[in-house]
Write a protein that binds this ligand. Structure first.
Ligand SMILES: Cc1cc2nc3c(=O)[nH]c(=O)nc-3n(C[C@H](O)[C@H](O)[C@H](O)COP(=O)(O)OP(=O)(O)OC[C@H]3O[C@@H](n4cnc5c(N)ncnc54)[C@H](O)[C@@H]3O)c2cc1C
Ligand code: SF4
Ligand code: SF4
Ligand code: SF4
Length: 403
C-alpha cells in the first residue's frame, strides 16, 4: 500500500501524478484544491510517486540560503510596453525572451477556458503575453514536467517559472536528468488561493453584470504599480460587445481575502518551500521590490511602472542574468532593504478561515467578506487615495502630515 504525503503538506505540484507511468494517480477536489489520489486497482506499488514527492524527499531538493549583508538586485525591463504588461519590472519577460531567442521553450502560468489557471509551454514570443503577470490562484502543472523533460532530452534550453513548491517538484521529478540547459525561476510566494473559490467569485461577477468574463488582470498598472493591486480588472462579452469590468473595494472580495491570507492551500500555512525554511529553489527568485528607496534613497522617475527584485541563487542563474543584462536596467541594493517584503514570511491562517470557508459554500463573496474580513473605512479611504495620487505621493503626504 503506497502512501502519498499527508494532505495538509501536499502542495499540489503534481510531480507524483506526472511520474506514474501506469496512470494510477488521478486528482480529486477537496475543500477547493486538487489532490492526487492513487487508484489501487492500477497501482503496481513501484514507489516512483513517493520518490519524486518533494515533501517526502526534501533533502534532494533543498536550495541555497541568503543572509543579511548580501545584495539584492533591483531591475526593470528597458522595453516600457513589456514592463507595463508585467507585475513588477517585467524581468521574467527578459529571461523568457533570451531563452526563446536561443531556440528554447518557456513554461509559465496562463488562464485557459473558464479562467482555469494552468502551466503551459511556449516556444515563440507571441505566446509570452499570456504568461506574464501574477495570477493569485493555484496553477495546475498538468503534464509540463514530462514536457520539460522531453525538451531537455532534445537538447533545448528550458525556462520554467513557478512557485517554489512547483520548482521543487520539477527538480525532484527530473532527478538525475536535470540538465545544464534547465533554468528555474521561482516567484516569492505568499501562497495560492483556491481556483474553485475564484470560479465562484467570477460567477458572481457575471451574474451581477451579465458579462461573460474571459480575462482577468490582478496586476493592472492603470493606477500605479501598488495602487493597481487594489482593483481587479475583468473583461468579457455582453450582447456581442467587449466589456471591461473593474472590481474595487467591497466588490474586490477575492483579492481582499488573499491579502488577509484567507483561503490559501493548507500547505501554504505550513510551507516547507518558502525561502526562509530550506533555502531558495529557483536559479533566480523574482519578486516585487516593494518599498525600494524607503531606507536608502533611490531616484527613479518611473517608479510607478514597477520594479522587480532579482535574487540570484546559483551560478547558472548568474550567467542567465548576465546574458539578459542588455535588456534590463539594474541597480544593486541591500538585502536589508529587500527583507521588509511580506512575501518572505510564511502566511498565517486567520482564526476564522475554516468557518468563513464553510459560510462561503452557502453565501456570496460579498456577504462572506462583510461577516469575516470587512474593509474598514480607513482602509477604503487609503485605497482610494492610493489610486488617485499614487503610493509614493501618499507616503510623501503622510510624512508631511506627521511633521
Ligand atoms: C501566487 C503569487 C504570489 C506572489 N507573492 C509575492 C509576494 O508576496 N511578494 C513579492 O514581492 N512577490 C510576490 N509574487 C511575485 C511577483 O508578483 C512577480 O511575479 C514578480 O515580481 C515577477 O514580476 P515580473 O514583472 O518580472 O514578471 P511577470 O511578467 O509578472 O511574470 C510572472 C511570472 O509568474 C508566473 N505565474 C503567474 N501566476 C502564477 C501562479 N499562480 N503560479 C505559478 N506561476 C505563476 C507567470 O507565468 C510568469 O512566469 C507572487 C507571485 C505569485 C504568482
Ligand atoms: S506506486 Fe507506482 S504505480 Fe503506484 S501510483 Fe505510485 S507511481 Fe503509480
Ligand atoms: S508530489 Fe506534489 S502533488 Fe504529489 S503528493 Fe507530493 S506534494 Fe502532493
Ligand atoms: S506558499 Fe509554499 S506551498 Fe504555498 S504555493 Fe507558495 S511555495 Fe507552494
Amino acid at each position: 500500500m503506497i502512501d502519498l504525503c499527508p494532505r495538509e503538506d501536499c502542495t499540489g505540484c503534481m510531480a507524483c501524478r506526472q511520474k506514474c507511468s501506469f496512470g494510477a494517480i488521478h486528482t480529486e477536489v477537496v475543500d477547493g484544491f486538487e489532490y492526487p489520489v492513487i487508484d489501487t486497482g492500477k497501482c503496481t506499488e513501484c514507489g516512483n510517486c513517493v520518490r519524486v514527492c518533494p515533501v517526502l524527499s526534501q533533502s534532494q531538493t533543498a536550495g541555497v540560503t541568503h543572509h543579511p549583508g548580501e545584495s539584492c538586485i533591483a531591475a526593470w525591463n528597458k522595453d516600457a510596453a513589456v514592463r507595463k504588461q508585467s507585475s513588477s519590472g517585467g524581468v521574467f519577460s527578459a529571461f523568457a525572451h533570451k531563452v526563446i531567442s536561443d531556440g528554447g521553450v518557456v513554461f509559465g502560468a496562463t488562464f485557459g477556458d473558464e479562467l482555469y489557471l494552468h502551466h503551459e509551454c511556449i516556444d515563440s514570443l507571441s505566446g509570452l503575453g499570456n504568461l506574464r503577470r501574477s495570477k493569485y490562484v493555484q496553477s495546475n502543472t498538468l503534464n509540463t514536467f514530462n514536457e520539460a523533460k522531453r525538451h531537455l532530452a532534445d537538447g533545448r534550453k528550458v525556462l520554467y517559472c513557478g512557485t517554489p513548491c512547483q520548482i521543487a517538484g520539477l527538480r525532484s521529478f527530473l532527478g538525475k536528468t536535470e540538465a545544464s540547459s534547465l533554468y528555474c525561476l521561482d516567484v516569492l510566494c505568499q501562497g495560492v488561493p483556491s481556483p474553485y473559490l475564484f470560479k465562484q467569485y467570477i460567477g458572481e461577477a457575471e451574474s451581477d453584470t451579465g458579462i461573460k468574463v474571459d480575462d482577468c488582470n490582478f496586476r493592472t498598472k492603470k493606477y500605479g504599480w501598488r495602487g493597481g493591486l487594489s482593483l481587479l480588472l475583468l473583461s468579457g462579452q455582453k450582447n456581442g460587445k467587449r466589456r471591461a469590468l473593474t472590481r474595487i473595494l467591497d466588490k474586490n472580495a477575492f483579492y481582499n481575502a488573499f491579502i488577509k491570507e484567507y483561503f490559501m492551500r493548507p500547505s501554504c500555512y505550513r510551507c516547507m518551500f518558502k525561502n526562509d525554511h530550506l533555502g531558495y529553489y529557483g536559479d533566480i527568485t523574482l519578486a516585487d521590490f516593494w518599498r525600494i528607496g524607503s531606507k536608502v534613497p533611490l531616484k527613479v522617475s518611473n517608479y510607478e511602472m514597477g520594479i522587480s527584485a532579482i535574487i540570484v541563487n546559483t551560478d547558472k542563474g548568474r550567467n542567465l542574468l548576465e546574458e539578459c543584462s542588455p535588456q534590463l536596467e539594474m541597480i544593486e541594493r541591500t538585502w536589508d532593504e529587500f527583507s521588509t517584503n511580506d512575501g518572505l514570511r510564511r502566511s498565517h491562517k486567520p482564526a476564522g478561515n475554516d468557518e468563513a470557508f464553510e459560510y462561503l459554500q452557502h453565501h456570496s463573496w460579498e456577504e462572506t467578506q462583510k461577516k469575516f474580513f470587512p474593509l474598514s473605512r480607513r482602509k477604503k479611504a487609503v485605497t482610494l487615495l492610493k489610486l488617485l495620487i499614487g503610493e509614493r505621493n501618499l507616503f510623501r503626504l503622510k510624512r508631511l502630515l506627521r511633521r
